[in-house]
Design a protein around this ligand. Structure first.
Ligand code: FCB
Length: 451
């Protein structure tokens, strides 16, 4: 494989890097911020692998100028960040948004613009105000209205400068990791509840798109999904059917209703009584037209039938021949091309952005604190090439955001998983670009080839 050159990509292709509020900000009790469900969940014994929390994280709340300098130093065009809802409405709802919370993001956005970074704001990257959770969280339809109000307030204040808005980040994770598997906040284990939450997230996405458009005319709005190419473990009919079911709940369950097709009939049939309650008008709200689709691609899944396979159950098995990251995720760059071309073939979105892609490896700083992470560099080069193949196959891919600018708090894994282009020494908060970051900077700075 030859490493692509940035000039191989279409003019205007946006290169960026991503972060999220709870994973980097810290300052959990500062700036008038209310408690979030992640602040609460991290206190639960055993919930986080290293017993940590995002209370301090990368201390980005105080160190953001240095972090934006790092992004600028990389030479990225765009920076994707998320807004912590409890900084804007500490109790989730209210007459007026917090001036202090808005001022923080206003400074941050100005800091991006003065550094030539295009701000991409995600409204919900999982840190729901705990006060709303007390009232049922995403199971309660009132949370949808609260989300639209919050979206409107933020877009009203930042929409003169922020032109790209993402409503939800990976609703699959919020719904199923948070409400079925119980490994993410709020830590419930109830499949039926997870499906209802999922439905409310999707409806609230459509409402938030409308709210952003009303508050910030001309803004572009979309959603970010975590999508996986799905392969069957064998050609046998049971595994084939399992792969189809798995694709149904992982991918089509989101893509179909967002594109105006309602929920997929085969998945509804498999769910039976577990299917969510859908009220009149909900499907039209979910299908509110978007300007772009955000795709987070990390890995494909190989699926086998679950023993006694009934209903929706399936089993994820190892992907043959794929090396693994330190997280155990299979490294399959061609899965990215496969996924993007499939989305294009089946749904024809107006524009697609890879809003996250990256990898976790066991980084070992040398005596001088430098991380020679060749594996991450190879990973990125191979995935950039896969993205280019998708572009050449006709996918309207307009940008690519690497996860992540910084090592950060990796949810249930705490600080044990590092995804950054920049190493963070959590004891000193010292940042140092890794070799992969230097490579990315070199890629971005490439001179145009001579005509
Ligand atoms: C994604 C999340 C992001 C980060 C990466 C590794 O699922 O959106 O916050 O944790 O995985």
């Amino acid at each position: 494989m030859t490493t692509p050159d940035r000039h191989d990509f279409p003019p205007g292709f946006a290169w960026g890097c991503s972060t999220s509020s709870y994973q980097i900000e810290g300052a959990a009790r500062e700036g008038g911020k209310g408690e979030s469900i992640w602040d609460r969940f991290c206190q639960r014994p055993g919930a986080i692998r290293d017993g940590s929390s995002g209370a301090t994280a990368c201390d980005h709340y105080h160190r953001w100028p240095e972090d934006l300098d790092l992004a600028q130093g990389l030479g990225v065009d765009a920076y994707r960040f998320s807004i912590a809802w409890p900084r804007i409405f500490p109790d989730g709802v209210g007459e007026r948004p917090s001036a202090e919370g808005l001022a923080f993001y206003s400074r941050l956005v100005d800091g991006m613009l003065t550094r030539g970074l295009q701000p991409w704001a995600t409204l919900y990257h999982w840190d729901l105000p705990q006060a709303l959770q007390e009232r049922g969280g995403w199971l309660n339809r009132d949370t949808m209205a609260a989300f639209a109000d919050y979206a409107h307030a933020v877009a009203h204040h930042l929409g003169d400068r922020v032109k790209h808005w993402i409503t939800h980040n990976e609703p699959w994770c919020t719904a199923f990791l948070g409400h079925h598997e119980g490994v993410h906040a709020p830590g419930l284990r109830d499949f039926r509840a997870a499906l209802q939450v999922c439905h409310h997230l999707l409806v609230s996405h459509g409402d938030a798109v409308a709210a952003v458009r009303a508050a910030a005319p001309g803004a572009q709005a979309g959603i970010t999904l975590s999508l996986h190419p799905i392969r069957a473990a064998s050609a046998g009919p049971a595994d084939q059917a399992a792969a189809q079911r798995h694709d149904g709940l992982r991918n089509r369950w989101f893509l179909d209703p967002l594109h105006g097709r309602g929920y997929p009939a085969d998945v509804l049939a498999a769910l039976g009584d577990d299917a969510p309650r859908v009220e009149a008008g909900d499907l039209a709200r979910i299908a509110t037209p978007c300007d772009f689709l955000g795709v987070n691609y990390y890995f494909p899944e190989t699926i086998a039938d679950a023993p006694g396979g009934e209903g929706i159950a399936t089993r994820v098995v190892p992907t043959p021949g794929a090396p693994l990251t330190a997280f155990g995720w299979p490294i399959v760059p061609e899965g990215m091309t496969e996924l993007l071309t499939r989305v294009q073939r089946d749904y024809r979105p107006a524009a697609v952005y890879l809003t996250e892609n990256g990898a976790c490896f066991d980084d070992v700083p040398d005596a001088d604190g430098f991380v020679q992470d060749d594996a991450r560099q190879r990973f990125l080069a191979a995935h950039f090439a896969a993205a280019l193949r998708a572009v050449r196959a006709g996918v309207p891919l307009k940008g690519y955001f690497v996860w992540s600018l910084l090592d950060n708090f990796e949810w249930a894994e705490g600080y044990t998983r590092r995804f950054g282009l920049t190493h963070v020494d959590y004891a000193t908060q010292r940042r140092r670009l890794k070799a992969s970051g230097e490579w990315f900077r070199h890629f971005l700075r490439a001179e145009s080839p001579a005509p």
